[in-house]
Design a protein around this ligand. Structure first.
Ligand code: KIV
Length: 290
């Protein structure tokens, strides 16, 4: 008798490692993501920028990890995502792929790597897929990026789109403000969402969008929506990991829920280590070789 594995069947739904495609035997694919939407299942996504952190999230059962250009602010010490380069995305994406066995890894196309047109986008995306082993790329923009998405998808590269607040355009927006407010802006957001779906994107990030509008987009599209500051009705939710785990210093956006205070934990550990060294308590006899 043969048994068919049903991903995330009711008996496996409590084990996060059993979500969307088996117990670690293969990577999550776009088919698993499409099947989750068809079944009405919500899923989590986190950013990751290095192999070790990525391995923690992979073992925790996070099905999709984004090597986001948020690495600019959260990992590389830039003021925004704008300066992030292809080389930086490539090096960190390859590290995240090496640190994981199961998650789908999405590599972000940085500012300036696809805006010139579809051919530039294809060149950049091909490089990331070939050099890093990532399973998909993400790019920002709705109608304005539809031609790029179409060519990448035709070339066999899965694309996650990103609309609403698109941080690479922060200078044009004049800040990180909620998008899609008012009838005209809401209609534009709906047009953007349909444009990326029609172009072949397998999912779309909705960033800083009113919850009611995000819910309408989610109902309208057959591809999953991934919300960040877009209310509870999206098919998936993404957070920048340093925000989610309390590593970020200072104020975090209102939509962030912090599930730990890693910055305090790490600071305490560093202070305890320093104290032990100064006091001569470390290294102790058990740490020494003779
Ligand atoms: O770069 C990033 O981390 C992102 C997410 C916030 C969606 O684009």
């Amino acid at each position: 008798m043969t048994t068919t594995h049903v991903p995330n069947s009711p008996d496996s739904s409590r084990d996060p490692k059993a979500l969307y495609g088996g117990k670690g035997s293969r990577r999550i694919t776009v088919r698993d993501i499409a099947a989750a939407k068809a079944r009405g299942e919500k899923w989590p996504m986190l950013t990751a920028y290095d192999a070790m952190t990525a391995s923690v999230f992979d073992e925790a059962g996070i099905p999709v990890l984004l090597v986001g250009d948020s690495m600019g602010n959260c990992h590389l010490g830039y003021e925004s995502t704008v300066p992030v380069t292809m080389d930086e995305i490539a090096v960190l994406s390859a590290a995240v792929v090496r640190g994981t066995k199961r998650a789908m890894i999405v590599a972000d196309l940085p500012f300036g790597s696809y805006q010139e047109g579809p051919v530039q986008a294809l060149r950049s995306a091909t490089r990331l897929i070939k050099e890093t082993g990532a399973g998909a790329v993400k790019l920002e923009g709705g109608e304005r990026s539809a031609e790029q998405i179409k060519l990448l998808v035709e070339a066999g590269i899965p694309v996650m789109a990103h609309i609403g607040l698109t941080p690479q355009s922060v200078n044009a927006f004049g800040g990180y403000t909620v998008q899609g407010r008012g009838e005209e802006a809401a209609q534009q957001l709906l047009r953007d969402a349909k444009a990326v779906q029609d172009a072949g994107a397998f999912s779309v990030v909705l960033e800083l969008v009113p919850a009611e509008l995000a819910a309408e987009v989610t109902r309208t599209l057959h591809i999953p929506t991934v919300g960040i500051g877009a209310g509870s009705q999206c098919d998936a939710q993404v957070l920048v990991w340093t925000d989610m785990a309390g590593m970020t210093s200072g104020r975090v956006p209102r939509f962030v829920k912090q599930y730990a205070q890693l910055r305090d934990v790490l600071g305490d550990a560093a202070r305890a280590f320093a104290e032990d060294v100064v006091d001569g308590a470390y290294p102790a006899e058990e740490h020494a070789f003779h």
